[in-house]
Write a protein that binds this ligand. Structure first.
Ligand code: C5P
Length: 393
């Protein structure tokens, strides 16, 4: 997603400046070209050499020492796809909001036509200061993008709102700023993770599923402008930013929650590994190990997606199929049976992994084998297909 994108990374003088190093590494890993611009104060917190080494580009600091033969601040501003200021001090925010351009970073921000993403980080009282609030509000109205800050422990020893957003959330905001907003106006419902079908108060039947695919889809749909509801089984993943997350346990709870959101949804992507069976009886007390060997009587759970497929109307439905044999044949049968537009087929090696090798099968019989890739990237490719199929009608 970030391949070849020119990102000017502004770093200002706060203790969180060291986090810009990790951000630079992640941006580079995803293929971005990072052009760091530091304020004087930032250079007191981290060494420009560290940033230059990670970025693989020179660090610009002083407006008067730029080598005119190769680059000037206008050129720097012109080449940017995005300007990200991470971390941004109250001082930087105040200057930008007031139209002050007295150093290289503020000059570049003023001269650039690219979107500007600001990640504030400061003491909680500074962040609560009405002047800072008014500056942020003004910039938001003007179209500047913000990520964070979040609540947490602050470097000054206090606890409060002012901590730099998590680097994963900054990465997500960078991608969102560079994403096409081709799902604007869509209401997307995503399910993720496995369900748990209780046997007794402490035991359950479940599936091996990390929820990574569904969470990646929810994040990507949100970045592309959709309003997203994510119905999730128990997983160890952070809530995607800007997404309404509903947590459930059993398939019955998942069905109830999904059916609340289904009527107003325009796109549904069912990535959850819903248990196919559940115990007929849920025992109220914990089963003792010294009881006689017991047999569990199981019944089928409701097939949520099948039910949605029967009341599909204009909605776009995406299902997932994990198959151990005849991947395309079995998945295609499910696509027809459940009245889906696309089914994403993969093998068991996808479970818990960050990557997967999937086959996208559409209702017209199109079969597309994607090479093994990150689930974040699969999410983008799948959404590309959803958008193009919806456009074609
Ligand atoms: O038939 P199978 O369970 O393999 O189909 C998988 C697809 O159906 C997935 O998208 C899964 O989320 C959905 N599903 C469901 N309700 C079930 C079982 C599966 O919605 N009870």
């Amino acid at each position: 997603m970030l391949e070849g994108k020119n990102i000017i990374l502004g770093v200002t003088g706060g203790i969180a400046a060291y986090k810009a190093l990790e951000l630079t590494r992640l941006l580079k890993k995803e293929g971005a070209c990072v052009w760091p611009v530091m304020t004087d104060a930032a250079t007191k917190f981290i060494g420009p050499l560290s940033l230059a080494t990670l970025a693989g580009n020179p660090v610009y600091t002083d407006i008067f020492t730029l080598d005119r033969a190769s680059i000037d601040h206008i050129e720097l501003a012109d080449r940017a796809d995005l300007l990200a200021v991470v971390p941004a001090t109250a001082n930087l925010i105040g200057k930008v909001a007031s139209g002050i351009a007295d150093n290289l970073l503020t000059t570049v921000i003023m001269a650039s036509p690219a979107p500007v993403l600001i990640a504030p980080a400061m003491n909680h009282r500074m962040y609560a200061n009405p002047v800072v609030r008014a500056n942020i509000e003004k910039l938001e109205e003007l179209g500047y993008l913000f990520v964070g800050p979040e609540r947490g422990e602050l470097a000054c020893g206090w606890e409060g709102e002012g901590r730099l957003a998590k680097i994963e959330d900054v990465m997500d905001a960078v991608k969102a700023a560079l994403s096409p907003k081709d799902l604007e106006g869509e209401k997307v419902l995503v399910t993720a993770g496995a369900t748990r079908e209780p046997i007794d108060p402490v035991r359950f039947i479940s599936n091996a599923s990390s929820g990574k695919m569904g969470y990646a889809l929810a994040r990507a749909a949100r970045r592309r402008g959709a309003e997203v509801v994510l119905v999730s089984g128990p997983v160890h993943l952070a809530d995607p930013p800007g997404v309404t997350v509903k947590r459930v346990e059993s398939s019955a709870e998942m069905r109830d929650e999904v059916l609340i959101h289904y009527p107003q949804s325009t796109v549904v992507m069912m990535a959850a590994a819903v248990s196919d069976f559940r115990p007929v009886l849920r025992r109220t007390g914990k089963i003792k190990k010294d009881t006689e060997p017991i047999a569990l009587e199981l019944e089928r759970t409701p097939d949520i997606l099948m039910e949605m497929g029967r009341n599909k109307d204009e909605r776009f439905l995406v299902g997932f199929a994990l198959e151990t044999e005849d991947l395309v044949g079995n998945a295609t049968e499910k696509l027809r049976e459940k009245n889906l537009d696309i089914i994403v087929a993969n093998g068991p090696e996808a479970i818990d992994s960050d990557t997967s090798r999937v086959t996208l099968i559409d209702r017209g019989g199109g079969v597309e084998n994607l090479s093994p890739m990150d689930k974040e990237e699969i999410a983008e490719r799948l959404l590309d297909k959803v958008v193009s199929m919806k456009k074609a009608g």
